[in-house]
Design a binder for this molecule. Structure first.
Ligand code: ADP
Length: 306
């Protein structure tokens, strides 16, 4: 039974804590990801998302708890764990003074991938992210989107089972973000398990959406080191309310806080939200619409996204 449980758990956190100066920045966190799943971790700044990813990728040790990737205990088997994951983090950026190929070559050597397979894989992944024609260019001459694509190609070189993406499209223009989304979706379609963090709700709605017959990804919202909700977008909408009445507050109620200009009232369905609106004697400044991920995020964390 235990074996079966393990087999369906590609990535596991059990009662994980991380303390900094006795303060739990990750506070009794538990969740698991199935093979081939795409999972988005959301949360306001300081929620503990990066610390969680840093623990899972062996960059920092947990204070307490069990972490597992691809069947390996992250603390006890860090080498095997590292072999089975690819990481695209802000801080693992590519070296600007090396060429595209040199960056790939260095990573391939670090992972002891022998030639000719190393060259074959470098070519394959550079083709995949459409950087083959830039292989001899210095990385510092590439655009932001190209650098991110190179990071992805590099992270895939040693054929990991799980890919970690920490805010993969931050600071990129809309077209470049779309291109990266397509790459991420495609890799997931090929069976790659993915854990990503992002601040962009549209990114989550796209990447964790169900289309082309694929299973939708799941979304975990963290706040103050804890997971405060978990599920597919549809599950979150069902749990928190699919219909929304927005009510504009007057200056007296909202004060100078622009984030509080609207009061949100959630209803199980759009129909019930409409019924509520129709019952109001004065409908001035009120509107009804379907709830979205951002509404749920703001409702749960009490914070607007920045
Ligand atoms: P997020 O990625 O959700 O923005 P982080 O995991 O980066 O959150 O940070 C969670 C909390 O832990 C923050 O309050 C941050 O200041 C604190 N923190 C993160 N790293 C360290 C560190 N190395 N030393 C002390 N505090 C840290």
């Amino acid at each position: 039974m235990l074996y079966l449980y393990q087999a369906f758990r590609e990535l596991v956190l059990e009662n994980v804590f991380k303390f900094y100066k006795n303060i739990p920045v990750v506070n009794d966190l538990s969740f698991a990801i199935a093979p081939g799943e795409i999972f988005a971790l959301l949360g306001p700044n300081g929620a503990g998302k990066s610390t969680t990813i840093r623990m899972l990728t062996t960059l920092t040790k947990p204070s307490q708890g069990h972490l597992e990737v691809a069947g390996y205990d992250v603390v006890k088997q860090p080498i095997q764990a590292k072999q089975s994951i690819g990481v695209v983090l802000q801080q693992t950026s590519v070296d600007g003074d090396l060429s595209v190929w040199e960056n790939m070559e260095l990573h391939g050597r670090l992972h002891h991938i022998a030639n000719p397979q190393r060259q074959r894989l470098i070519n394959q992944w550079l083709e995949y992210v459409e950087l083959a024609d830039r292989r001899d260019d210095l990385v510092k001459t590439l655009s932001g989107g190209m650098k991110r694509r190179l990071q992805i190609a590099r992270a895939l070189l040693h054929r990991p089972q799980i890919l970690f993406l920490d805010e993969p499209t931050v600071g990129l223009d809309p077209q470049t973000r779309r291109r990266l989304w397509e790459i991420i979706r495609d890799l997931n379609k090929q069976g790659m398990t993915m854990l990503l963090t992002t601040h962009y709700m549209d990114e989550v709605e796209y990447l964790c959406g169900a289309f082309e017959g694929t299973r939708p990804g799941r979304i975990g919202i963290m706040d103050s080191g804890k997971l405060i909700t978990l599920g597919t977008l549809q599950q979150l909408r069902s749990a928190h309310g699919e219909g929304l009445v927005m009510k504009q507050l007057g200056i007296a109620e909202a004060g100078n806080d622009s984030a509080r200009r609207w009061e949100y009232l959630f209803f199980p369905s759009l129909e019930e939200a409409n019924t509520y609106l129709n019952q109001q004697p004065d409908k001035t400044g009120m509107m009804v619409r379907s709830s979205n991920l951002e509404d749920i995020f703001v409702e749960l964390t009490g914070r607007q996204l920045d």
